[in-house]
Design a protein around this ligand. Structure first.
Ligand SMILES: Nc1ncnc2c1ncn2[C@@H]1O[C@H](COP(=O)(O)OP(=O)(O)OP(=O)(O)O)[C@@H](O)[C@H]1O
Length: 591
């Protein structure tokens, strides 16, 4: 089994998450402020354009001398042009600042993820953090903060200008703006949060359904379960559609309320202005200006929705931004490429709080050049041991060192040159045989490729293929047999040839005779002075190893050479006799 789980980190609450993102925006604050002011100028120019045009039309109806209208005519043209210019420069300034900041955010997120060395099941999660969650940080600034601040500023300015014409009308406008800019955004935010809480899990479940239905299609068909699985996914999709329709309808209702608030505010402003005996033209200006101002304030509804939708992504990205930047000990000694002594001291790994430890206070010395096999019953902790040694899993307590340097301190880019190999469920890429192999050692020569594939027992097969080294192996090696896939992964590990080579079940999926031959040739191909940690459930072929360690429940229960262990009562001897008997076709005989 592939150990891959590390506990999910707690998520940061929203305001904290926003603060963490904004801290990284600090160096670009002046650009962002500029973008905010330009956004406000755009909105204000639009509002002023409406008001001036209204004044112009209503005044022109009285046929005044043209020179009384000249300023307004010029102002209308200037406002129309400047609005476009402001919008363009605002987009330039805003995107410039945000794209610069995003570069920093992405670098920080990447550094934290790389240093955590999260592997296995969490790769998809890591990818989504790097891409969509980081975009949430970008949207927070461009779609929430900048337009939100601009709308708030313009609303205040609109009330100020209206107060110059009629303070009571300005009061009514202020109330309308508060409803449009505070109450409706709060309502929209509540509805969106409910939507996210109810819709997100359903969408996630549907995504899982889609993956299960495609990847598991053959098995579902084999068990006659396709119809039931499709019906369950259909039912979930139907529930999601109903929920989304309901939420969309509520969202539209909020938008309709916004239009209603704009109309009611304008009407109330007209009534109050007339009562205050404001002149007819100015009443028109106030009415149209109020409509335009409420329209601007309604941008806060969209900003509130957006902010709520960004919540989960922001919280996840903030967890990485607020995590202490793991020290990359660039000046830490990096073990060379010769042999290394490996030492496990008191290593304990627990995947879940309260669960039995997968490794419990594990100690083992593996002097350079030693070849050790780790065996034991299923779930004994063998793959966990390999994962700790290769840095994929960090022990809760204790440490493992290679060449005297803790594995956790070796920079990720150096680690594969110190320790690596064939891990459980090795991944084979949708690429050619050669490309899959070169991943192990990009500068390998043809002779190296031949030697590694020969040792893994794959060379004849490569030669038989019409495309030879350029044979494409399909998604996850799907165009290979299980045994060929395993041999390819083994050849890649042998090609990489790190000083500490881990081989987790290298002969999995091979028949007994092939397994013995491949194991022998793989061990023979490992350079002298390099250590090997071989994890195996088969005990055949271990006679040539320097030591065999039997694990049970995360602890060493037996150790010694093959001959010694076979001679002593215990798990190893029992298992050896069973496997021997089974492989020879006899019934297991208990001594
Ligand atoms: N990602 C994980 N999350 C939770 N528990 C895990 C995880 N990986 C392993 N475990 C648990 O840790 C224990 C040791 O697992 P490990 O895979 O190391 O055993 P193993 O000896 O390699 O087993 P096998 O021979 O079946 O592959 C098991 O009890 C297993 O259930």
């Amino acid at each position: 089994m592939a150990p891959s789980g590390t506990p999910e980190p707690p998520t940061t609450a929203l305001p904290g998450a926003e603060r963490a993102v904004l801290r990284l925006a600090r160096p670009y604050l002046s650009r962002l402020l500029g973008a905010g002011l330009l956004a406000a100028a755009t909105e204000f120019a639009g509002l002023a354009l409406m008001a001036t045009a209204t004044w112009l039309l209503m005044s022109a109806a009285g046929r005044p001398p043209l020179d009384r209208l000249t300023v307004a005519i010029v102002a209308v043209r200037a406002l129309a042009v400047s609005r476009g210019v402001f919008r363009y420069t605002e987009r330039l300034a805003g995107h410039d600042a945000v794209l610069r900041m995003i570069t920093d955010v992405r670098a920080r997120v990447f550094a934290t993820l790389a240093a955590r060395r999260e592997t296995g099941r969490r790769t998809g999660d890591a990818l989504s953090r790097l891409v969509s969650d980081v975009e949430a940080a970008q949207d927070l600034l461009l779609r929430v903060l900048v337009p939100g601040a601009a709308a708030a500023l313009v609303s205040v300015l609109a009330v100020g200008v209206a107060a110059l014409i009629s303070p009571p009308a300005a009061g009514v406008l202020a109330i309308g703006l508060l409803v449009a800019g505070v109450a409706l955004p709060a309502l929209a935010s509540r509805i969106t949060r409910r939507a996210a809480d109810e819709v997100a899990p359903l969408r996630g479940a549907l995504a899982v359904d889609a993956v299960d239905l495609t990847h598991g299609a053959a098995d579902l068909a084999a068990f006659g379960a396709t119809g039931a699985a499709l019906a369950a996914a259909d039912e979930r999709a139907g529930r999601l559609a109903r929920l989304e329709r309901r939420l969309a309808a509520t969202g539209f209702a909020v938008d309709a309320l916004g239009v209603l608030v704009a109309g009611l505010t304008a009407a109330a402003v007209v009534v109050v202005a007339l009562r205050a005996e404001v002149g007819g033209v100015l009443v028109g200006v106030l009415a149209v200006g109020s409509l335009a101002a409420v329209e601007v304030a309604l941008a806060l509804v969209a900003a509130a929705r957006q902010r709520t939708q960004l919540r989960a992504g922001l919280a996840r990205v903030a967890d990485l931004l607020t995590a202490p930047v793991p020290a990359t000990p660039t000046d830490a000694p990096v073990p060379g490429t010769d042999g290394h002594d490996v030492r496990f001291s008191g290593v304990t790994v627990r995947y879940r709080a309260g669960a039995a430890p997968a490794l419990a206070g594990f100690d083992l010395d593996l002097p350079a050049g030693l070849r050790v096999a780790v065996v034991g019953p299923s779930g004994a902790g063998k793959s966990t041991l390999a994962a700790v040694l290769t840095g994929a899993v960090r022990p809760g307590t204790g440490e493992v060192t290679a060449g005297g340097v803790p594995v956790s301190e070796i920079p990720a880019e150096h680690l594969p040159r110190v320790v690596g190999g064939l891990l459980a469920e090795a991944y084979v890429f949708h690429a050619t045989v050669k490309e899959n192999l070169l991943l192990g050692r990009p500068d390998a020569t043809e002779a190296d490729l031949v030697a590694a594939t020969r040792a893994a027992g794959l060379l004849d097969w490569v030669h038989e293929q019409p495309d030879g080294w350029d044979t494409v192996v399909g998604e996850q090696g799907g165009q290979l047999s299980g045994g060929q896939r395993q041999r390819l992964a083994l050849a890649r590990a042998l090609l990489a040839a790190p000083p500490v080579l881990v081989l987790d079940e290298p002969t999995e999926g091979l028949d007994p005779a092939a397994a013995d031959a491949v194991l022998d040739s793989a061990l023979a191909a490992t350079p002298a002075g390099h250590s090997v940690l071989l994890i195996s459930h088969r005990l055949s072929g271990l006679a040539g190893l320097d030591e065999i360690v039997v694990l049970e429940g995360g602890r060493i229960v037996q150790r010694g050479r093959h001959d010694e262990l076979v001679a002593r009562p215990g798990w190893y001897r029992e298992q050896w006799l069973r496997q021997e008997a089974a492989e020879r076709g006899y019934l297991a005989i208990t001594p």
